[in-house]
Design a protein around this ligand. Sequence first.
Ligand code: SF4
Length: 264
Amino acid sequence: MILIDQTAPAAGLAPETASADALAADALARRLDGEIGTHEKLEDRIRIIKDAIPGRVAFSSSLGIEDQAVTHAIATTGAGIDIFTLDTGRHFSETYDTLFETEGRYGTKIRVMYPDAKEVEELVDSDGIYGFRYSVESRKACCDIRKVRPLNRALAGASGWITGLRREQSQGRAHVPFATYDPVQNLIKLNPIADWSLGQLESYIAANKIPINALHAQGFPSIGCQPCTRAIQPGEDIRAGRWWWENENGKECGLHSRNRPAAN
Ligand code: SF4
């Protein structure tokens, strides 16, 4: 992967050990991190991402409200970004309805990635159908097989990875940058709505009549797998309904941790 602009020093990488491509990607990520937020419109942010990054840019959509906004901007700008979603096999039926409705609305196919069937069979054989309830390790193993590994396969060879992360979503996401170089995947991770408030997001959804998961109106601000997601009460943290039986610290599935395992 050849990336542009090697003029700026790479803050996050050791120049003596990093490759020239990695240093270039790191420099480009830092330039985009400063530039994306200067554009108010999401469509403009998507355009500068696509224009700046050579090679394939992929967007991982969970089909949640944030990602539906990003899908809308990608579809309406015709930016040629690869949109995919991860079917863990444990989703709500409303999530599949959202996938169907979104493809119809935008006349586009969303690539669906599945976990390896043998790995799922071995996991369930070992831990049981609700094994993820019994220990954090089992839960992480389930997320790894059903989410992280398919994600890594989907991102293999990509130069850029767009997400719908917002800083407001949780304390753990409070410092999400607009762009950063991911040395594990050797790509630039981009979060074009990192600075959006929930109010901004909902206004964008309403103004553009974007289809969203029906569960959002039933107390589910964050929607993951059905057995691991519940509705929240007024005043609760946005992600309080995810893996609610676990300690608040580290309630992530591994998709957005910088040191997640490489693709299998
Ligand atoms: S969210 Fe729950 S069901 Fe889904 S992959 Fe993670 S542990 Fe498994």
